[in-house]
Design a protein. Structure first.
Length: 316
């Protein structure tokens, strides 16, 4: 029995040495040929290896160290990069379509024009990452963190963003058509885009301080969206609906001013009726006083609401 256990331990040690040797051989291959398709680079330290334009299709880079690595226009389609370290890496124009990037650290990485279509980015850290015009269509970003990420012009159509966190991210011009935003956190996000025709912001989506100024929201759905403890006017302000045409604003102001004049007319008329009741009908002065106080309070409330509405229409 003891001999059997000893043989087993020796076998495992031999396998481990062989495995490590395979990874080292593949690193040397990369340095020489810039090609290592479907090879094993598990836990490899590639910080000082240039992967510029390298063909790494289907490669195993799980838990690899690529911090600040140069992967400019590298082909990583179908690669396994789960839990890899890519902080500050250069991935401009890289092909990561269909890659496994679950729980990867891509914070401060440069992914301009990168192809991430169909990639698995669940639980990934993309804080402060640059994703200008990146293609993320059909990607899985559920539970991903994209705080302060730059996603201007990015394609996020049909993307799964369930429980993702985009706090203070810039999504100006991004395409979110048919994206799943259920329970996503979009506080402070900039969403100036015309690509919201089929976007659902329902399902407990948080939109505190989010800016939709200039966005085309026809067809967008906001049921159960959370705008924070704000008035309806503030919510409309965040949605950018305060940016009405000048002619529309003028019309609304004229209508409100007309209502104020009418309210003043009724108010003065009621005062005159009260005076008449006091002096001609000999009604109790206390009753008249209470009646006048009630009228004043009601009209002050109406004036405040109408003036606030005018201020909102004019200045937002």
């Amino acid at each position: 029995m003891k001999k059997l256990l000893l043989i087993l331990l020796l076998s495992l040690g031999f396998i481990g040495i062989t495995f490590a040797g395979e990874v080292d051989d593949n690193i040397l291959k990369l340095k020489e040929s810039y090609h290592c398709q479907n090879c094993n680079l598990f836990k490899a330290d590639l910080r000082e290896v240039s992967l510029y334009g390298t063909d790494l299709r289907g490669v195993n880079l799980r838990k690899a160290n690529l911090i600040e690595g140069d992967l400019y226009k590298a082909n990583l389609s179908g690669a396994d990069l789960s839990r890899a370290e890519l902080k500050g890496a250069n991935l401009i124009g890289a092909n990561l379509s269909g890659a496994d990037l679950s729980e990867v650290d891509l914070s401060m990485a440069n992914l301009l024009h990168a192809n991430l279509s169909g990639a698995n980015l669940s639980g990934a850290n993309l804080s402060r990452a640059a994703l200008y015009k990146a293609n993320l269509s059909g990607a899985n970003l559920s539970g991903a963190y994209l705080g302060s990420a730059y996603l201007v012009g990015a394609n996020l159509s049909e993307t799964d963003l369930d429980e993702s966190n985009f706090i203070w991210a810039d999504l100006s011009g991004a395409n979110l058509n048919e994206a799943n935003l259920s329970q996503a956190y979009l506080a402070g996000v900039t969403l100036q885009s015309d690509q919201f025709s089929k976007v659902s912001f329902s399902g407990e989506v948080t939109l505190i301080e989010a800016s939709f100024r200039g966005a085309e929201l026809s067809g967008a759905y906001f049921r159960e969206a959370y705008f924070g403890e704000r008035s309806l006017g503030k919510a409309y302000h965040m949605l950018g609906l305060d940016k009405l045409k000048k002619t529309t604003r003028l019309f609304v102001v004229i209508v409100v001013v007309t209502l104020i004049i009418y309210a003043l007319y009724i108010f003065i008329l009621r005062i005159l009726i009260s005076i008449k009741l006091l002096f001609l009908e000999k009604t109790s002065p206390l009753v008249i006083l209470l009646y006048l106080v009630f009228i004043v309070e009601i009209y002050f409330l109406i004036f405040n609401i109408e003036l606030s509405f005018i201020h909102f229409i004019l200045y937002g």
